[in-house]
Design a protein around this ligand. Structure first.
Ligand code: ADP
Ligand code: MG
Length: 229
C-alpha cells in the first residue's frame, strides 16, 4: 500500500471548460493533488472554484482535456457513469450543509446509501456511521432532525455523511462559511482529524486566508492557467 500513497488522486491536464451558454471558461494546464494531501482552493468569488470541484467530481465535463480522479478518467465516463462514480468515490461537504429535514441525524449520515445500489447498507456500515457520529460528538443527537441542531452540529453531520462511504477524496466547498470562528476551527479540526486517520485526500475551497497555513497545498484557481500548446 505504502508505495501507492503519493499517487495523484486528482490530476487535470490541458482542460478547457465552458458553460453551455458561454460567459465563463476555466482552463487548467496542469493540476495534481497527491493522495493523502490536505489542499485548499482559493480565488475570488466567481473565479471558478466550485466549477473546478465540479470538474473533479464529474458533475461537469470538460470540452477538452483529461480529468482523472481517484485513478478514473471521469471525462470519459457517461453522465450515469459519472454520477455513480461520484456517489461511490467522493465525499462532499458544502457551506449550506444540505441536510434533509425529513431524516434524523443518523439517516442523514447514511443518506449516500439511499442514492446508489452499489452502496450496500449493512451492519458494518451502520456501525461505522455510529462510530463517526461518536467521533464527531454527535452520539447523543442521532434521533434529532436538522432543525433541532446548531449550525456547528449540522456541519458535523455533513462531515460524517461525507466520510461514511470511506471515500478516497473529500471535496469541501466553503464548509466553514456559515460558522462562527470558534465553531469553524472545531469543525475543521474534526474534518482534518478524520481525513488524516483514513489517509483521505481533502480539497477544500475557502475564502479564509487565515486558514491557509493549515494546508499542505494551495491551489490558486486564478493561476491555474491555460492549457499549454
Ligand atoms: P466560485 O465558486 O469561485 O465563486 P463558480 O465556479 O461558482 O465560482 O462560478 C464561476 C463563474 O461561472 C461565475 O461567473 C458563475 O456565474 C458562472 N457559472 C457558474 N455556474 C454556471 C452555470 N451552471 N451556467 C453558466 N454559468 C455558470
Ligand atoms: Mg463557489
Amino acid at each position: 500500500m505504502l508505495g501507492y500513497s503519493r499517487q495523484p488522486v486528482i490530476s487535470l491536464r490541458g482542460v478547457c471548460f465552458e458553460y453551455a451558454h458561454g460567459g465563463f471558461s476555466l482552463n487548467v494546464g496542469e493540476l495534481t493533488v497527491a493522495s493523502g494531501t490536505r489542499a485548499a482552493a482559493i480565488g475570488p468569488s466567481g473565479s471558478g472554484k466550485t466549477t473546478l470541484l465540479n470538474l473533479i467530481s464529474g458533475i461537469e465535463r470538460p470540452g477538452s482535456g483529461e480529468v482523472s480522479t481517484a485513478g478514473v478518467r471521469v471525462d470519459r465516463l457517461s453522465s450515469a457513469g459519472r454520477r455513480s462514480f461520484r456517489i461511490t468515490t467522493i465525499g462532499f461537504v458544502f457551506q449550506e450543509f444540505l441536510l434533509l429535514e425529513y431524516l434524523d441525524v443518523l439517516d442523514n449520515i447514511l443518506y449516500p446509501y439511499r442514492l446508489h445500489p452499489e452502496l450496500r447498507l449493512d451492519a458494518s456500515v451502520r456501525s461505522r456511521a455510529r462510530q463517526l457520529a461518536s467521533d464527531l460528538g454527535l452520539a447523543e443527537l442521532l434521533a434529532r432532525r436538522p432543525s433541532e441542531l446548531s449550525q456547528g452540529e449540522r456541519q458535523r453531520v455533513a462531515i460524517a455523511r461525507a466520510l461514511v462511504t470511506a471515500p478516497s477524496l473529500i471535496l469541501a466547498d466553503e464548509p466553514t462559511g456559515n460558522l462562527d470562528p470558534a465553531t469553524k476551527q472545531q469543525a475543521l479540526d474534526l474534518l482534518f482529524e478524520q481525513c488524516e486517520a483514513r489517509s483521505t485526500t481533502l480539497l477544500m475551497v475557502t475564502h479564509d486566508h487565515g486558514l491557509l497555513d493549515q494546508f499542505a497545498q494551495i491551489v490558486d484557481v486564478e493561476a491555474l492557467g491555460p492549457a499549454e500548446a
